[in-house]
Design a protein around this ligand. Structure first.
Ligand code: PLP
Length: 475
């Protein structure tokens, strides 16, 4: 508990009333794991003395946090934390295991929030494996193995298989507005690997990296483990807001096609402003286009990379959402001067991606099956998105979708105080809600959930929305 006076002093916002400052400090401490679930808070009198505020200020703050579901107050026993942290504070036992500081950062940070089981709750933002042409994929694998097994048993080029690079390049040019040629493509195991490589190669310890807030925790972990100063930049309805009093960045990480997790596409004027800002600071931009293929209501804007006349944008894409997650194939599109270094670094990390799966994926794209699969799966996901919105409007009218025009998941906003109150109860009943505060670095202004819908069939989707509505009405 001794951490509270320090946190309170370091987070002081003098334009706010004292009780409001204390509410924010305590909320942030709970979310960050400084105050673990079920831990007892200091009684109001000693805490008021330690913080140099009146006892009624502490009482007011505790009362607010109880109403919001962060605390429970038990007569005669005290006040207890009622919400589990999203990013638990480092545990002493882990630190004692002899990990490096970098290793500890990586172990504490975590990456992808996806769950292994799909199709059962709102927790997954993975595609529906039932929509994937499994038999066709099996035939392509057999063909490749019959014809070229010997080739696929040898080590391969760290940059990736030429035929896959050519297939990806023409797809990106035609469909995503990326300007590139096959020699600018580096095949990877995952976009997470691309983020990690870009961070390792472009960032020195102590350099500032801008990340979207809220944003993708996997990117943050990669950057923190490289010793970067991760600077949160707020997101509004046009995407990341580059204007403002931000420290000079060396790298800017963003998700312009479909902001993770809020879903907003970055407007064209914001894209131009971001490129100008990167140029002014001499910074790199890492554009993560993780599921931008699934746009339902309007044609996607061209990739930031395609608007960049300066060679500052690195574009990372993945097959995890458009084919299947365990394929472990992704790619970086690099400004030419970076390719040799990235290719050598990629070889130093893990050699190269699986040759055989690269060849099958190239056949899948070149044979037109990728375009067909995207078209068909997009239609199904769009109808599931429509059903989700209709069911939420009927059963959960307190929820407001933030942006639902794209992707495999949809962020919804909640009335204040609802997130902490409902999440734990709903998740104990298997609904798999991901609270938006999980994705924030700064104390969140808004509350809500990220709801994965793409892998849910209509019946499951209806049941989940009804159960959620019932719970919100009764708890
Ligand atoms: C924003 C974002 N980037 C990257 C990824 C990870 O993709 P991959 O499986 O290729 O590492 C995810 C996964 O959900 C994501 O949400």
């Amino acid at each position: 508990m001794t951490v509270l006076p320090t946190l309170f002093a370091s987070q002081a916002q003098h334009d706010l009333p004292l009780h409001e400052q204390l509410v924010r400090t305590l909320r942030a401490a709970i979310l960050a794991g400084h105050l673990p679930l079920h831990s007892r808070l200091p009684a109001s009198r000693p805490l008021a003395r330690d913080l140099g505020v009146s006892r009624s200020t502490v009482e007011l703050a505790y009362g607010r946090l109880e109403a919001e579901g962060y605390l429970v107050r038990k007569m005669g026993a005290g006040s207890f934390v009622a919400l589990a942290a999203v990013r638990p504070a480092p545990r002493q036992a882990q630190s004692a295991a002899g990990l490096s500081r970098r290793g500890q950062e990586m172990a504490d940070g975590g990456a992808c929030h996806d769950v292994p089981e799909v199709g059962a709750s709102f927790a997954s933002s993975q595609p529906d494996p039932r929509l994937f042409p499994q038999a066709l994929w099996g035939r392509l694998m057999q063909q490749q193995w019959r014809q070229r097994a010997g080739d696929w048993m040898n080590y391969g080029d760290p940059q990736g298989l030429g035929e896959l690079r050519a297939a990806i390049s023409s797809y990106l040019v035609q469909s995503r507005g990326v300007v590139c040629e096959p020699d600018q493509i580096l095949i990877l195991t995952s976009s997470q690997q691309g983020i990690l490589l870009a961070t390792q190669l472009l960032i020195d310890a102590g350099d500032t990296v801008w990340v979207e807030d809220p944003g993708y925790p996997g990117a943050r972990t990669a950057m923190e483990s490289a010793g970067a100063r991760v600077h949160p930049v707020p997101v509004d309805e046009e995407g990341l807001q580059p204007a403002g009093a931000h420290p000079r960045p060396r790298l800017i990480y963003c998700t312009p096609a479909h902001q993770y997790p809020l879903g907003v596409p970055m407007s064209l004027s914001r894209r131009m402003a971001l490129l100008a800002e990167a140029e002014r600071h001499g910074a790199w931009i890492l554009e993560d286009d993780y599921d931008g293929e699934y746009q339902y209501d309007q044609r996607p804007l061209p990739a930031l990379q395609g608007l960049d006349g300066q060679g500052r944008v690195l574009y990372v894409g993945t097959f995890s959402k458009v084919l299947f997650g365990s394929l472990r194939l992704a790619y970086l599109v690099l400004p030419r001067p970076l390719m040799a270094a990235f290719s050598r670094a990629r070889a130093a990390v893990d050699g190269h991606s699986n040759q055989f799966q690269q060849a099958v994926t190239a056949d899948f794209i070149r044979g037109g099956h990728f375009a067909t699969h995207l078209r068909q799966s997009r239609l199904v996901y769009q109808s599931r998105r429509d059903l989700l919105l209709a069911e939420l409007a009927e059963h959960c009218p307190a929820l407001t979708p933030i942006h639902s025009g794209a992707g495999l998941q949809c962020a919804v906003q909640l009335p204040p105080g609802g997130e902490a109150r409902w999440t734990a109860i709903a998740n104990a009943r298997g609904l798999g809600l991901r609270p938006l505060h999980q994705f924030h670095l700064a104390v969140p202004e808004r509350e809500g959930w990220l709801l994965g819908f793409a892998s849910l069939d209509n019946q499951t989707l209806r049941q989940l929305c009804r159960r959620l509505g019932q719970l919100m009405r009764t708890v």
